[in-house]
Structures are given as structure tokens and as C-alpha cells.
Design a protein around this ligand. Sequence first.
Ligand code: ATP
Ligand code: MG
Length: 435
Amino acid sequence: MSHVYIAHSTLDLDDLLKLHEVMRAASIPAKFSPDDENHRSRNNADIDNAFAMIVLVSATSVRSKAVRQDVERAKALGLPLIPYQIDKARLNGFFKQEVQPHLRLSSTMPDGLDQLVAETLAAYKRKCPVIAVMNLKGGVGKTTISAQVFGAWHAMAGGRILLIDLDPQYNLTQTFYEMDTADESASVDRSVISLFERSRLHARDAQSPAENWLELSTEPFAPVARDNLIHDIMADGNSSPGRFDIISGQFEISKYAFATDNDALERIKRHFLRQVDFYRSEYDLIVFDTNPNATFLTRCALEAADRVVAPMHTDIYSLRGVKLLNEVIRTQIPVGKRPALSVLFNAVGRSEQSTFEADARNGEFDKVAGFPLSRALLKSALPRSKHLAVKAPQSGQPAWKQLAIHSGRGGGLKQIRESLKTIALELKALSDETH
Ligand SMILES: Nc1ncnc2c1ncn2[C@@H]1O[C@H](COP(=O)(O)OP(=O)(O)OP(=O)(O)O)[C@@H](O)[C@H]1O
Ligand SMILES: [Mg+2]
């Protein structure tokens, strides 16, 4: 669980509580120190797990030994510092050196508090980016890439990765689990539907949102503990450190495509965005596999995502899908909230198709695409390979065995693993650089 840590002096309690409330309203988990030397060891664990530190700068906090120690620890860990000045404190040497260079916000600024929330939220998102794998064209490899490229990311970089199956076809879930297991999970609402509506996972007496397609529940609900919702494809302690989890999909999320109550849908979308933000605190990366047609689910995915990865084949139909996707992003998502778009060539063969790839890289299709496609293309591409063909999970076999990076035999596997790793590395570098 990660949170923002608020360093403060005991005398600034009113400001601290106000700030804590503001963070809660913005769905940003926050912790603060009791400012007591005896609790120092507990504070240290809280600082170690934080994604950023807000420092309340005041006449008393500049003199507090505890605050000084907090800041020193943040510095040693490389935590982003977000100082917020709440009175006319005179900075001492330590604060001048360590805090002042980051100090831009104060309570005297008319929108100081809003900016503080925005900066903290940005740090929260940097800690765990959200990537949507999407193309408004079917069968281009979205599901394959969601599983295999991010499986390779996990194998290389470790960390905690969460896959969310946002496609009503729920092929990603079926990549890892047999149909019966997936459906059993859905039958108790242990699935993606519990990110949208209050379900039996949130309250035993609740009606299942999957039961009635015509009813939308807009009742607010608190997120459930991660372990009650996810399935672990690869738990901590296996060959890679970290975890590789999935929130399984189910067909009934199609109901939102049929719903006509726009107010209810808007609220359900907000529930979804809040839930995703909540689970960011427990992961380093969240990945959505998405449906190929533009629906309410597409909008939800685009609003939550920091980056879209669009797989495309070397053909004009895929190109058209990417063109439409770019249009949907531009027309539906306001500037400033738009996810970055990266395009990944998939199932590239050696023959004449590579001409298409070369042309795309040379900018030949930028005009048809309606945006600089050549600049959005990832340098690496995923070749066509029999090792990436769909294979049903075997009964009794662990789910991670479905990942090409960890399992399988046969010629060409080494090359495909190299490709998966190269793509994962390129995406990771892009993600790190954006932030
Ligand atoms: N690089 C590849 N090499 C060989 N086969 C591939 C490759 N990428 C995808 N496939 C195969 O192509 C088919 C479609 O892939 P996938 O299901 O990942 O596409 P999708 O975009 O998720 O489809 P949908 O739009 O239906 O969700 C699958 O049978 C998959 O195994
Ligand atoms: Mg798919």
C-alpha cells in the first residue's frame, strides 16, 4: 500500500487535518507522523512506503527535529518532495538547502491547495502508470500483447503489475484460466464488474450487478481489499520479485453499452476511475486489455490511462483502426487529460509486409492516419510466431506457465523472448521518461 506522507510539526494540527481531508476527497491515500520521537521507527516504515512527501513548512516545522529527520530520510530514498508553506516561516539553513529548491506552493496562493492536490496526484500517477492496450480494430493482438509483453516486463523489471480485463469477451482472463474458473469467479462478482458497481464483493446482501442488465446501481462503495478481488498469475516469491495479478473479466460488462441513462453511466465511470486510482497504491503498473469497438468501456479506459499502446498489423485495416482511435482520443478526451499514444507493429512477417512497415516508419501513412503515425511507432516490433498463438490453459498447471517468457519449448522461442523483452524495455523507458 503506498501513500503520500505528510511531514509536519505537532503545532500545525489544524492544517494537517485539513490537508488530510483534502487528500481523502481526491482519493489519494495519505499518512502522517505523530511527531513523536518514540514513534520514529514506525514513521520510517511509512516514509519508506510513500510515493512522495508533503512538507508543511511553518515557523514551528522548520525547528522540528522530527521534520528534519523525515526530510533527510525522504532525500536518502529519492522521494519526491512537495513542500507547502502555511505561514511566514523564516527558513533555516537546512530548509534553505533541502526544501526551498522544491518550494513553489503556499496557502496564500488563491489556488495553492488545488495545486498541491494536482502535484500530489501527478506524483501518485507517476508511481503507477496506467497503460491501455487498444485499437478500434479486432484481432490485432491486443490480448496477446497485454499478456506477453507485460509478462516480459515483469520478468525483467520485477515490480507489481496488475492486468485488468476490460473486454467483455474476456479472452485475457481465458489466457490464464480455464473457462470454469473464470465463470466461477464472475459468479461471485470477483471480477471487473466490481470496479463499476457495488456488488456482493462489497456487501453480502447486495444484488449482483450482473443479474439485471437493465438496472444500473450508482450507489457509492468502498474498494475491497486487493486479495478479495484479484487472481495472482504469479505471486511474490516466484522466479521474479513482485507480483503479476489480474482482475478477471466477464461478459456482463456489456450491459453498459446498452444502457441509456447517461447520468448513471457518468457516475459509474467515476466509480471506475476512483477504483483504479485506489489500486494504483498497491501496484507499479496497471494494464488494461480492451474491447475493439468504441463503447462506454473505451471511454473509461481512455480516461484512466496515461498511455495507449495500439497494436497494429501491417495492413490498411489496422491503420484505419489506429486512425479512428486517435480521433476518438482527440475528440473525446480533453487536452491535458489525453493519454500518450504509442503504436506497435504486431505479427510482422518477413516477406512483402515489411515494406508496409518501412513505409509507415518513413511517414508515408502519416497523412492517411491523420496524425504523425511515424513518430508514434515504437522502434521495436513483435514478429509473427507460433509461440504466440492462442493455447488453452492446462488443467492443474500454474497460470504463469501461459507466459512465453517463462514457459514453452521449441525453435524460435529465444528470439520471441528477446522481442518481448525489447518491446517491454522500450515501453518502460517511455513511461519513465514521460514522468
Ligand atoms: N505475434 C503474433 N504471432 C502469432 N500469432 C499472433 C500474434 N499476435 C497475435 N496472434 C494471434 O492472433 C489472434 C488474435 O490475437 P488477439 O486475440 O491477441 O487479438 P485482439 O486484438 O485481442 O482481438 P480482439 O479484438 O478480438 O480482442 C490470436 O489467435 C493470437 O494468438
Ligand atoms: Mg482481445
